[in-house]
Design a protein. Structure first.
Length: 389
């Protein structure tokens, strides 16, 4: 990136590049074999109309799948069918109440101590093992899943991409040069994890989310209860980090949750604590002890750190996709020097090194989706056993 560009301009361009890549992916141009200049050219042309482009379901699905793939490669997936089935059942109990019950919903548990959750277009909801470890009961899980489900069902995920798109002039400005291919991949990856929703969308996810879980029979206080635990966990941090880091201040948020419950007479009551604690056995790891991966400290020029740390204890399943990990954390760490780049930099004190302990947390090595089959009868039995509606 050229020096001297104002921060805002730079950040806008990072965002538009993310959108360009997404568009390129949708056009099927992002395979390793794609002609590099063709990719840029097509992406730039597409970007001129992306802000008012009506995405087809097929395009949304392709985008969601790609986003999910990148998230899974970054954090790994807990290879536990029982845990996935349980989270899927809770998730499906909520999606049934949503405006999009028929999306191909997929619930994925990421293999990291970090506390986080990510939505991706067209039905993908990711939640970390660390987040599950912090929860006390199923109503809290339902609250967090519902928040992410609303980001998907109301298409906040798509809106964030559109809003972050620049005009064609900026697109042309960045369109050119071989290094752009690398940059495109990195920028899109960062954009995905940056939780770039508007405040309005965040508030809507909270309010609609707790309404959905209450309709499903869960205590609508579940989300607020989890957020209280999260605030406790984060109180020593100097800035808001990780899950919901872009959300309104916690106190205002809690007040809004409480007033929504009263105003809308949300009367769900089930906590379903026993089923939760007998299924989810993870133990929380304090934020200060989460191992971080300092990938991205080399910025655009390199950064094979994450790849090295992972391939040391895992078979390289999809080597063609690995380079996309190179610049993880680019947004915050682009100015990092090369001196730290010689090792994988797995450390127990990421915060002290200027990392975001939740976002930059080390993840598991296996990105494979754990297939879960949930029949209507399964779902019915699950709801009945939990006294849900
Ligand atoms: Zn959110």
């Amino acid at each position: 990136m050229t020096s001297g560009m104002p921060d805002q301009g730079r950040s806008d361009i990072v965002k538009v590049i993310g959108t360009l890549l997404s568009s390129a992916l949708l056009l099927g141009l992002a395979s390793p074999a794609a002609a590099q200049f063709g990719l840029i050219e097509q992406g730039a042309k597409r970007a001129k109309q992306v802000s008012d482009f009506n995405w087809t379901d097929q395009e949304k699905a392709a985008l969601g799948a790609k986003v999910s793939e990148l998230v899974r490669q970054r954090y790994g997936v807990v290879q536990d069918a029982a845990v996935h089935k349980y989270v899927t059942l809770v998730g499906r109990t909520i999606t049934e109440q949503s405006t999009k019950p028929n999306l191909p919903w997929v619930f994925i548990v990421l293999d990291t101590d970090a506390v986080n959750a990510f939505a991706a277009p067209h039905g993908y909801v990711h939640i970390t093992r660390g987040a599950l470890a912090l929860m006390k009961d199923e109503s809290e899980l339902a609250g967090v899943l519902a928040h992410e489900i609303v980001h998907v069902s109301e298409e906040h995920t798509i809106d964030a991409l559109k809003k972050n798109t620049l005009k064609s002039a900026a697109a042309e400005q960045v369109a050119g040069g071989n290094a752009m291919i690398e940059f495109l991949a990195n920028a899109a990856y960062n954009n995905i994890l940056d939780n770039a929703y508007s405040r309005g969308d965040e508030a809507a996810s909270d309010t609609i989310g707790i309404t959905l879980i209450s309709k499903a029979g869960y205590a609508p206080q579940g989300l607020g209860s989890f957020l209280t635990t999260l605030a406790e966990r984060n109180k020593s941090a100097t800035e808001k980090r990780g899950l919901f880091s872009s959300h309104p201040e916690m106190q205002a948020r809690q007040e809004k949750l409480t007033s929504t419950i009263t105003k809308n007479k949300l009367n769900g009551t089930q906590l379903v604590a026993e089923r939760f604690t007998s299924t989810i056995k993870y133990k929380p790891v304090p934020q200060s002890q989460i191992a971080s991966v300092a990938a991205g400290t080399k910025g655009l020029a390199g950064g094979s750190n994450a790849k090295e740390s992972k391939s040391s204890n895992a078979k390289a399943d999809e080597p063609a996709e690995q380079p996309k990990k190179k610049g993880f954390g680019l947004g915050k760490l682009v100015s990092g020097g090369g001196s730290e780049s010689k090792s994988a930099q797995v450390t127990g004190s990421g915060g002290a090194r200027g990392l975001d302990p939740e976002k930059d947390a080390k993840g598991g090595a296996n990105p494979a989706v754990v297939a879960v089959k949930v029949t209507p009868a399964d779902l019915q039995a699950f709801k009945k056993a939990g006294s849900l509606t």
